[in-house]
Design a protein around this ligand. Sequence first.
Ligand SMILES: *[C@@H]1O[C@H](CO)[C@@H](O)[C@H](O)[C@H]1NC(C)=O
Ligand SMILES: *[C@@H]1O[C@H](CO)[C@@H](O)[C@H](O)[C@H]1NC(C)=O
Ligand SMILES: *[C@@H]1O[C@H](CO)[C@@H](O)[C@H](O)[C@H]1NC(C)=O
Ligand SMILES: *[C@@H]1O[C@H](CO)[C@@H](O)[C@H](O)[C@H]1NC(C)=O
Ligand SMILES: *[C@@H]1O[C@H](CO)[C@@H](O)[C@H](O)[C@H]1NC(C)=O
Ligand SMILES: *[C@@H]1O[C@H](CO)[C@@H](O)[C@H](O)[C@H]1NC(C)=O
Length: 412
Amino acid sequence: MKVGGGWRRFLFLLPVMILLPYLLSVLELHNFSTTVDQPKKHSKKSDHLVLGEAAGQGLRNRLQCQGTKSLNKTRHNASDRLNSGENVAFVTVFTVYNSSTDRHAEKKNLDLVTIGNSSYTKLERSMAILDSFIKFIQVTMPLSNVIILTDPESDLQIDKERVTAYPIQGEYSRDKLMLQRIRSYIAFLTGKLEEHRKQEGQGQINHYIFTDSDVAVVDDLGQIFDEYSSFHLALTFRNNKDQPLNSGFIAVRGTAEGLQKYSAFLFSTPPEKKLRYNKSFLAKGKDFLEEVLKVYTTRYMKASRMLGDQLALAWVVRSQPSFDSRRFSKPVAFMEKINGASVLFLPCAVYNWTPPEGAGQFHGMPLDVKVVHFKGSRKRLMLEAWNFFNSSPNIDDMLCLILASGRTKYDF
Ligand SMILES: *[C@@H]1O[C@H](CO)[C@@H](O)[C@H](O)[C@H]1NC(C)=O
Ligand SMILES: *[C@@H]1O[C@H](CO)[C@@H](O)[C@H](O)[C@H]1NC(C)=O
Ligand SMILES: *[C@@H]1O[C@H](CO)[C@@H](O)[C@H](O)[C@H]1NC(C)=O
Ligand SMILES: *[C@@H]1O[C@H](CO)[C@@H](O)[C@H](O)[C@H]1NC(C)=O
Ligand SMILES: *[C@@H]1O[C@H](CO)[C@@H](O)[C@H](O)[C@H]1NC(C)=O
Ligand SMILES: *[C@@H]1O[C@H](CO)[C@@H](O)[C@H](O)[C@H]1NC(C)=O
């Protein structure tokens, strides 16, 4: 492996080479246990960890790194975390495609990938992603429960403390999965509301955070429910004209009003049904989701495979006459009434941070990042990051690894 290569590269590196620590950090990468090399321009998807320059060096409020060593200590220490997550549950939709054709294909063409000491088939890869999703939560919010909404057919067996599978009938084919996801969320909230009603509001309050399973929760998220005490549900936004909202992270306050609002947003139910019991926060969350589902199915069915839910979310939000889309341009949290629900908008930069991958602007990683989202072909990086953390348990260092790898496209 060579550091540098040609004038162009040299000029590109020049501004940062002035900082000696940076240069050292490049050299140190040689010592990292996984094969490491510099990212190549236009290279195809990588089957091993690739670290480059960490973006955002020298910028205030961005994580400063020396190789995979963080120069900032941004996390609370472990003893502060022991009680984290007590009344917050994570909810994710997950299903395994274990059809006979898939299995046949797996046997014929093993298509193994290796991370650390383990090799994974395609099926094992998605299980490993779910597994590291859970492990990150166990580290940062050890008292949180994880609820996996799944196809009853998929026969998901997960034997872990605080993790439960919650089967929901539905249509889980790949091209309907995003639609099914909203439906599963609503079915789940409906079940929770029913529980609330039976307990007559006496049960323990549990807030819910609905996320994709390819996210790493790297800090305690329970604080959003205290810090912003009046929201029914929270969405993450970014400065993107066509897709300002990402559906990979939605928080719902666990009171009955919150749940109802959220799901109604996605799926319109007859009003008399909605008003059957006293609206609480849970209920508002459900209302909200129900509205989004209605918009999804009436406007964006063609996009059901990938983006329909995000487009529907954005449509519902923007159709609010008072809503000012310019608020998406600054990464600052704000609150807005949408369809009767108080919606908290949280910046993706902190609550849904995604490495930019490939070209494009990259201003580094905010020091207070709380959720890293390994969208698309960044999934290997999620497993590599867990693997790294597992052998050297420092979240900041691991964030440096993720940051330094942010330009790389991976093989799965
Ligand atoms: C790389 O590892 C070797 C042996 O473990 C060590 O002596 C050397 O100092 C390391 N280099 C850097 C730059 O960390
Ligand atoms: C992060 O670390 C850098 C390098 O040590 C330091 O200059 C900077 O002040 C730190 N930032 C914060 C917010 O602590
Ligand atoms: C960790 O937190 C505890 C309690 O807040 C504190 O007593 C301790 O000194 C902290 N340890 C470090 C290394 O900061
Ligand atoms: C997939 O099916 C095979 C054969 O029935 C079974 O051994 C395996 O455990 C299943 N995998 C999952 C993740 O359900
Ligand atoms: C990988 O395997 C080697 C040899 O079996 C072992 O010493 C090492 O701890 C393993 N590493 C991890 C990350 O499990
Ligand atoms: C709904 O419940 C809240 C809190 O439990 C209570 O304060 C409020 O009066 C109730 N509203 C109605 C219309 O019953």
